[in-house]
Each structure stands twice: as structure tokens, then as C-alpha cells.
Design a binder for this molecule. Structure first.
Ligand code: 5GP
Ligand code: ZN
Length: 114
């Protein structure tokens, strides 16, 4: 999508600290980390938010989770655990309009969210 920040990051038109990419997904560190480890995993295909997902996208969304936990382990979070968050639309706090899975860890995280 032309005017999407994360599509531009996927296309490397905007730089990011990439952690992993393959033909379908892209993982990179959050520019404003909210925890000692905070990275995002996104599909390369543009989806504005989770409400756009259809049944045929299930494997792709599963892949986000799979690689999210794999990278969390590589980054030292296997023992302590991590928070996997997907903010969907305004009330949930979504600010970038391309689906992204947050992975946060490295400190205790409170629950429930404010
Ligand atoms: P949301 O609030 O939509 O769930 O999360 C958007 C996330 O994207 C925020 O944590 C924010 O810090 C991050 N972010 C916004 N712009 C950029 C950017 O240009 N590069 C990177 N790496 N992260 C960004
Ligand atoms: Zn996009």
C-alpha cells in the first residue's frame, strides 16, 4: 500500500532494525521500546487491522505467532516469558494502520492494561 509506514519499512524505503524476514513476514525492533525487548512482527501483505483477516489468512497469522515466539526465545525471553499484543483499532490503542504483533519482555508487565 502506497501511504503505509510499515509497507515502506518492508520495502526498506524507511530504515528499521530488522530481526528477521522471509517471503511473507518481517520482524523489526520497535522505534520507541516499551520494555527492554520490544519488537514487531508483521505480514508483508498489507492489512489495515485484525478485523480484515479472513479464514484464508489463518496460516499467515499463525506464522506471525510462530516466528514471534521463536525470536522471543532467541532474544532471551524463553524463561521469563513475554507479552504478545495485537492492538486492533482506536480504542485498543492502534496507531499504525498495518497489522503488527508486538512482543514485549525483559521486565515484569502489569495486567490488565489501563
Ligand atoms: P500500535 O500503537 O499501533 O499498536 O503500535 C505501533 C508501534 O509502532 C508503536 O509501538 C511505535 O513505537 C511503533 N512505530 C511507529 N513508527 C515506527 C517506525 O517508524 N519504526 C519502528 N521501528 N517502529 C515504529
Ligand atoms: Zn501496509
Amino acid at each position: 500500500m502506497d501511504d503505509c509506514l510499515f509497507c515502506k519499512i518492508v520495502a526498506k524505503e524507511i530504515p528499521s532494525k530488522m530481526i528477521y524476514e522471509d517471503d511473507e513476514i518481517f520482524a523489526f525492533y520497535d522505534i520507541a521500546p516499551k520494555a527492554p525487548v520490544h519488537f514487531l512482527v508483521i505480514p508483508k501483505k498489507h492489512f489495515t487491522h485484525l478485523m480484515e483477516i479472513e479464514e484464508g489468512d489463518s496460516a499467515l497469522m499463525g506464522k506471525l505467532l510462530f516466528h514471534g515466539q521463536r525470536l522471543a526465545k532467541e532474544l532471551g525471553l524463553e524463561e521469563s516469558g513475554a507479552r504478545f499484543v495485537l492492538n486492533c483499532k482506536e480504542e485498543a490503542g492502534q496507531t499504525v494502520w498495518h497489522i503488527h504483533l508486538h512482543i514485549l519482555g525483559g521486565r515484569p508487565l502489569s495486567w490488565p492494561p489501563g
